[in-house]
Design a protein around this ligand. Structure first.
Ligand code: SF4
Length: 565
């Protein structure tokens, strides 16, 4: 594996090999990128030039198989001040693999705006003066024309150091969470162009053909709703069980859900969108009022829909499009807006924006992206904004990261998963909502949740190191440990047992925790007090008892300590 070490202060690039034993110990992607993150100085401010962003792919990236074209980004997060990571699909991983370079370690700060061009012969740093000030879509269009290849770009939110700015690829795919776009902005790095032509080697092509056939059969039979509706299909279930966050975490289902149901959004679909080689095509490109938008995903639907008490589907799509253009993480943006609405309802802020005010949502997004007026405060994320506004409404976050669309009072697995996730209140580190919604554990009981969360966390550490799409790696539905062991051998020719994969997954997870401990963060976080108050779900009240939460945490810690010895 190869790494390009790029110092934007010195405008220098070095191409080096990755130590061979790292490939055995950490596989690639997240594993190796996390190892590299320890090179940044302890407690460095996330916008300091010494912070690094490490983009990486893995040993399975780019092979002709659904889910293979992903890239990971690891960095210190300006939102959590701890371990930051994000993964993006589309075609970027595939293109990177064809360059023969596996990692970009980007540090320093350019004197003026730049973009980076990576190909199989060289890595160049180029002037981006003409791109600065433009949105992510415009930048991608210009660079595609001028350079070709695949593009990652930031919009104005990243330039303005909005702490939850994301990096965008192909207009609808993002390195979404934890603020990688803001770290790029702090380095005056506007975009990265990747273009490669190398052959991607697969040791056992016939084995891969057979594996792909099996995967496709599984996709057709078990992932029908993901193909038809995309991720919004999840809202049908979460709204039923009281897990759909509504009115800034006050309710678990939305009375006007029918107006923003998956069927409503399907009426706007213009075409389906897929990552490289994937027959699921879970991306849905919708047309509304003269604009096209890839989305909304479930998370965006909840964040600008039920969480803001907004039943206007067209405004949700517009909010999605604005966030993608300006380069904003839709989950955090929706949470920040809904938090502000809760403050407004309580009469604690001057500028009124009521729940359900769809125009108000769009206005706040503009203000946040450009840090105008109240947007300058909200651009800091809910944790810091709450301090600055000095309000009584509790900002709902873990480690500074706002939660995804699963209320943990209805899904206890997510209560534990939010607390243990090293990047903050993330649904994807453990994906425990899947096990709870599929009935693999009673969602309202602490029993068995610790085993699930730990196993899935380790599993997805491996998936993010290979780097692969987690939508296709769903225990009981998609690929699981045994399949991954088989796939690894097909592609690389190397045997790897399930036990070894589990060991590697746990080791990578431990590294992420070690990084946070080094930065002065905790091993396991507590949850906001909101989550220990009753949740209204229709005429029911759902609760998460503190003692049940503590029980899960203790069981989880016991399991983790067994592994780390
Ligand atoms: S399932 Fe969706 S996100 Fe995953 S690779 Fe396929 S199209 Fe991309």
């Amino acid at each position: 594996m190869k790494i390009a070490r790029i110092d934007l202060t010195k405008q220098s690039v070095k191409l080096l090999g990755v130590p061979k034993r790292w490939e055995e110990e950490y596989l690639g992607g997240k594993g190796i990128a996390t190892k590299l993150l320890f090179e940044i100085p302890p407690k460095v401010y996330p916008f300091h030039p010494a912070n690094a962003i490490i983009f990486g792919i893995g040993p399975i990236t780019g092979v002709p198989l659904p889910g293979s074209s992903r890239m990971t980004a690891v960095f210190k997060s300006p939102l959590t001040f701890g371990y930051g990571e994000s993964q993006c699909g589309g075609f970027i991983g595939y293109e990177m693999r064809k360059t023969g370079i596996d990692f970009l370690y980007i540090t320093g700060k350019a004197k003026k705006p730049v973009y980076i061009v990576v190909n199989e012969q060289s890595v160049e740093i180029k002037d981006a003066g003409h791109l600065w000030g433009k949105d992510a879509f415009e930048v991608e269009e210009i660079l595609k024309k001028d350079e070709g290849g695949e593009v990652i770009s930031i919009g104005q939110a990243g330039e303005n150091l909005v702490r939850f700015a994301c990096a965008t690829h192909r207009k609808g795919r993002q390195f979404g969470r934890c603020g990688v776009g803001a770290v790029m902005g702090s380095k005056r790095l506007k975009a990265i162009v990747i273009k490669g032509n190398k052959e991607i080697e697969v040791i056992d092509p016939d084995g891969l053909k057979e594996f792909r056939k099996r995967m496709h059969e599984n996709i057709v039979s078990k992932l029908r709703s993901l193909r038809e509706y995309g991720t919004p299909a999840i809202s049908l279930v979460t709204n039923e069980v009281g897990a759909l966050p509504t009115k800034y975490w006050q309710e678990g289902s939305f009375g006007e859900f029918e107006k923003i149901s998956p069927d409503v959004f399907n009426r706007y679909i213009k075409r389906h969108s897929s990552c490289y080689a994937c027959s699921v095509a879970c991306g849905k490109i919708r047309a509304v009022n003269g604009i096209e938008v890839e989305g909304p995903e479930y998370e965006t639907l909840y964040a600008f829909g039920s969480l803001c008490y907004n039943s206007d589907p067209e405004s949700i799509m517009k909010a999605n499009e604005l966030c993608d253009r300006y380069g904003l993480d839709t989950i955090t943006t929706g949470n920040v807006v809904a938090f502000y609405m809760a403050c407004s309802e309580a009469g604690e802020v001057k500028e009124k924006v009521n729940f359900g005010d769809s125009e108000g949502i769009l206005d706040l997004i503009e203000k946040i992206a450009f840090r105008e007026g109240i947007g300058d405060v909200l651009a800091e994320g809910t944790r810091i904004a709450a301090e600055k506004l000095n309000v009584s409404i509790e900002p709902v976050h873990v480690r500074g990261l706002e939660p995804a669309g699963y209320d943990p009072r209805a899904l206890y697995g997510m209560a534990l998963g939010y607390a243990t996730s090293q990047r903050g209140a993330c649904h994807l580190r453990s994906c425990a909502y899947r096990a709870n919604l599929a009935g693999l554990a009673d969602p309202q009981s602490p029993e068995g949740q610790a085993e699930i969360v730990k196993d899935y966390e380790d599993f997805y550490c491996v998936i993010d190191s290979l780097v692969f799409c987690r939508f296709l790696c769903v225990p009981a539905i998609g690929l699981y440990w045994e399949d991954i062991s088989e796939l690894y051998k097909i592609v690389t020719g190397k045997e790897i047992s399930v036990e070894k994969l589990k060991e590697i997954g746990a080791k990578i997870w431990n590294m992420t925790q070690e990084f946070n401990l080094r930065e002065g963060l905790t091993d396991v976080e507590t949850l906001p007090s909101t989550f220990f108050k009753p949740l209204r779900h229709r005429n029911l009240e759902i609760t998460l008892k503190k003692e049940d939460f503590e029980k899960m945490v203790q069981e989880y810690k016991k399991l983790r300590s067994k592994i780390s010895g």
